[in-house]
Ligand binder design. Structure first.
Ligand SMILES: [Zn+2]
Ligand SMILES: [Zn+2]
Ligand SMILES: [Zn+2]
Length: 508
């Protein structure tokens, strides 16, 4: 209540019309209520005398011709406390703590000025008053032309073309030759680099790397990954059937590849907006291969702008398979005896396939019916029943650790699990070999980007130097679960560093 009163009073005081009126005897009589309020306040807080009244009396004094005499009178009267309205020891409102003079009018005006943007515009106008407006060309010409030429000389073709593209002034400095020379065959990579920078502005188009042209997306937002043998054009490319300018692909599993445009779409969808690409969830798959024993699961994640993929492949395995049985289980005759599961281009070198075969050798053998005849057979039967092998198999030091390909960002884990086989009612739970591959396909900037090219065997890459102690598997799994994946040593898939490819017969 006290606060509202004081505010009312202070605004009343600031009102110039009121103060003007208040000097007349009539107005004095009308503002009797204010007097009484002031007196009230004085009684409550004697340390802060009724300033408003004093100021009011001051204005009155200023307004009246005999102000000096009145002031003297007021000073005399101020020695008598019963009349607070005439106490004028200090004509200014002072801050109780700092003792500074308060000027409410100035304070209010300063607030109004600071709060308005117009005042900023005005200030800027004042600041630039007298300086004539300048065009971009004039502004850039302040720097000597020779200096600009030196700067442009240091730029590569893609940067120079981008600078020329930014505004008219820079186009005049750089010249349009940067754009025309992008069309030269040897500058193909610079052209795709330059065009790639326009990606955020072209959601309806997709950069085709073999053509170095943006094609219109024909299945806008409905692009679905289909098996490799099904034609699935997502834009009309004149080079679609040109074997020399094929779209780059990476093999996921048997019969399934990931074309590079899908990598672009997933990453664009994450980077800019869904209109630019496709939702990453639409890429997840779980299916059974109709031509083999294998089932596959794909899952994708984008971490730090890179597309990480996990492919889990599993197949039921018989115990103690002969070499021919192992080959039948593992290699696809339709794909030049490449494993059914996901592998990088370097799978033939090193320990990957021997480790898979080692893991398969750990599946316990059932009792041979030939051995189970006669007295020896009964003994074997009893022995088997007493020492029934555990369904949980512990793998050995050769096949248990996670393997990382030294030449590309791929990690492999081999497991033996008990899985349900619904197609075989005679034995519902069987041992299955499960192969998980985690790999990094890079940032989608180009099919020549390090990770994509390395996974396809097209570029040099040192995965232990590039990844260090960070595991792709750990980074991937941390996107979906807070739980740690089972701790596994990561060792090199090719510790001997032998690069014999198909010639190395170890794999077959
Ligand atoms: Zn094309
Ligand atoms: Zn083993
Ligand atoms: Zn590899």
């Amino acid at each position: 209540m006290g606060e509202t009163i004081s505010r009312k009073k202070s605004f009343g005081f600031l009102n110039p019309f009121r103060s003007k009126k208040s000097w007349s005897p009539d107005s004095r009589t009308t503002s009797v209520s204010e007097y009484s309020i002031d007196e009230l306040k004085l009684e409550q807080a004697p340390s802060r005398p009724g300033n408003k009244l004093r100021k009011k009396s001051l204005t009155n004094l200023r307004a009246t011709p005999s102000s000096k005499s009145l002031r003297k009178k007021a000073l005399v009267q101020s020695k008598h406390p019963p009349l607070p309205a005439t106490r004028v020891e200090d004509p200014y409102d002072r801050d109780a703590q700092t003792g500074e003079r308060k000027d409410h009018t100035e304070m209010l005006h300063s607030l109004a000025v600071r709060g308005s943007l117009e005042s900023l515009v005005e200030k800027t106008k004042i600041l630039f008053a007298g300086i004539p407006p300048e065009t971009g060309e004039q502004f850039l010409s302040r720097f000597p032309p020779g200096a600009w030429e030196r700067i442009v000389d240091h730029l590569d073709l893609a940067d120079a073309a981008s600078l020329a593209f930014s505004c008219k002034a820079f186009r005049d400095i750089v010249g349009t030759e940067a754009w025309s020379s992008l069309n030269a065959e040897e500058n193909h990579d610079y052209k795709t680099d330059f065009l790639g920078r326009l990606d955020p502005d072209l959601p309806d188009h997709l950069l085709c790397f073999p053509c170095a042209i943006y094609h219109l997306r024909t299945q806008m937002g409905h692009e679905i990954l289909r098996p490799t043998n099904i034609a699935n054009p997502i834009f009309n490319c004149p080079n679609a059937f040109n074997l020399e300018k094929k779209v780059s692909r990476t093999r996921l599993v048997v019969g399934r590849t990931l074309p590079f445009p899908f990598l672009q779409l997933i990453l664009r969808g994450q980077k800019y907006s869904l209109a630019h690409g496709i939702p990453i969830e639409s890429m997840n798959r779980r299916y059974r291969d109709s031509n083999s024993e294998w089932s596959h699961q794909f899952r994708f994640a984008v971490v730090h702008g890179h597309l990480l993929v996990r492919v889990i492949s599993s197949a039921f395995a018989e115990p103690a398979l002969p070499p021919a049985g192992l080959r039948k289980l593992l290699y696809s005759p339709n794909e030049r005896f490449t494993p059914y599961f996901s592998v990088c281009a370097h799978w033939q070198d090193g320990e990957l396939m021997p480790s898979v075969k080692c893991a398969l050798s750990h599946i316990p053998k059932p009792l041979d019916p030939l051995d189970a005849s006669g007295v020896a057979g009964v003994a074997a039967h009893v022995k088997y029943r007493l020492h029934r092998p555990s369904p949980l198999i512990t793998l050995c030091s050769q096949c248990r650790p996670m393997r990382r390909c030294p030449k590309c960002p791929s990690e492999y884990l081999i497991e033996l699990r008990m899985q349900e086989d619904r197609r075989d009612p005679s034995k519902l739970f069987k041992h299955a070999i499960v192969l998980t591959r985690w790999f990094d396909l890079g940032d989608g900037s180009s099919p020549r980007s390090r990770e994509w090219a390395a996974c396809n065997g097209d570029a040099e890459y040192d995965s232990f130097a590039a990844l260090g102690r960070r595991a792709i598997s750990g980074t991937f799994e941390s996107q979906f679960t807070v739980d740690q994946i089972p701790g596994q040593n990561i060792i090199s898939m090719n510790p001997e560093g032998e690069d014999r490819g198909e010639a190395g017969h170890n794999w077959y």
